[in-house]
Design a protein around this ligand. Structure first.
Ligand code: IPM
Ligand code: MN
Length: 341
């Protein structure tokens, strides 16, 4: 324990990892990610958890409090993808993924991007810090007179000063280790209540980091810059829903969603953090060894970083730099051969 009461990343002994392969292509890409990080020689002790839409259909469990409490004892969670078309939207997303993000206080969703925009020539590298526990995701609201012509649905966006501030502070701390620039993305011209809270929190935190340059973009304009001028970005900080949408766009302009990695972090280390590719379970290509496991492999590299194994994380990223083609397992094998070769 440090003086602030935060746990530091363990450097010795086996890291205890909970594995949730999930649905669709999830188990396939997770198997490759595990194969690759094992090949780094890092000491891992893994336990598989059978969760996802298929499990829900079998015995009704989405994520019980008992399973959640067990997951909370691990050093990290590696997740493939969850969701199947046989289960109504929201059941698995809210009951499993969001339940983990909220209950384990995974308040940062860190999504790095590197690539060359379609038609572009100059490579870019930037990272989105998405607030991961608030906004419209909290499930505030409800429905009245459902199914009638007078139906009313509300879905509020919850923004706390604490929640915005800790995401913004994380972004500035990260920027200090990089090119020292943070852009706030929001929609302050329309969302005048939440936008104002975010803007003031951003300005207050920015004052603590005089070396870090800042910018502000409305989210619609940011969509244009992602495509036409991503080089302007170093670290972007934004709310949960804008971050969800922008990071899919980030994937699309950085070599495709098959490369987009993601870390759901509890930087205070009061519990495990969770690492998952940004993509979904892609049931249409499941079981055919067609999925690109690179996003899962790069997410596992982020896990290695967070466990204090940055050297191994760097090696995995370096092994993924050159393009690689083939089936899911062939791509995993190629990355392993680059690592050990
Ligand atoms: C993501 C996903 C999730 C989200 C869904 C599956 C709930 O799209 O991780 O980006 O919206 O956060
Ligand atoms: Mn998403």
């Amino acid at each position: 324990m440090t003086q602030s009461g935060q746990h530091t990343a363990p450097q010795r002994g086996a890291h205890r990892i909970a594995i949730i392969g999930g649905d669709g292509i999830g188990p396939e890409v997770t198997a490759e990610a595990l194969k690759v990080i094992r090949a780094t020689g890092v000491d891992l002790e893994t336990t598989e958890f059978d969760l996802g839409g298929h499990r829900y259909l079998r015995d009704g469990e989405v994520l019980s409090d008992a399973t959640l409490a067990e997951l909370a004892t691990y050093d990290a969670i590696l997740l493939g993808a969850v969701g199947t078309p046989d289960v109504p939207p929201g059941v698995i997303e809210r009951g499993l993924l969001l339940k983990m993000r909220f209950s384990l206080d995974l308040y940062i969703n860190q999504r790095p991007f590197a690539g060359t925009a379609p038609g572009g020539t100059v490579p870019h590298e930037f990272v989105v810090i998405r607030e991961n526990t608030e906004g419209p995701y909290v499930g505030e609201g409800g429905v009245l007179r459902k199914g009638t012509p007078f139906e009313v649905a509300t879905q509020g966006s919850v923004n706390t000063r604490m929640g915005a501030e800790r995401a913004i502070r994380y972004a500035f701390e990260l920027a200090m280790t990089r090119r020292k620039h943070v852009t706030l993305v929001h929609k302050t011209n329309v969302l005048t209540f939440s936008g104002d809270l975010w803007e003031r929190a951003f300005n207050d935190v920015a004052a603590e980091f005089p070396e870090v340059g800042t910018a502000y973009n409305h989210v619609d304009a940011a969509c244009i810059y992602f495509v036409q001028d991503p080089h302007r970005y170093d670290v972007i900080v934004t709310d949960n829903l804008f971050g969800d949408i922008l990071t899919d766009l980030g994937g699309a302009v950085s070599g495709g969603i098959g490369l987009a990695s993601s870390a759901n972090l509890n930087p205070a280390r009061t519990g495990p953090s969770m690492f998952e590719p940004s993509h979904g379970s892609a049931p249409d290509i499941a079981g055919k060894s067609l999925a690109n496991p690179i996003a899962a492999i790069l997410s596992a590299a982020l896990m290695l970083d967070f466990l204090g194994e940055t050297e191994a994380g760097d090696r995995v990223r370096a092994a993924c730099e050159e393009p690689v083609t083939g089936s899911t397992t062939q791509i995993g094998d190629t990355i392993v051969s680059r690592l050990v070769g």
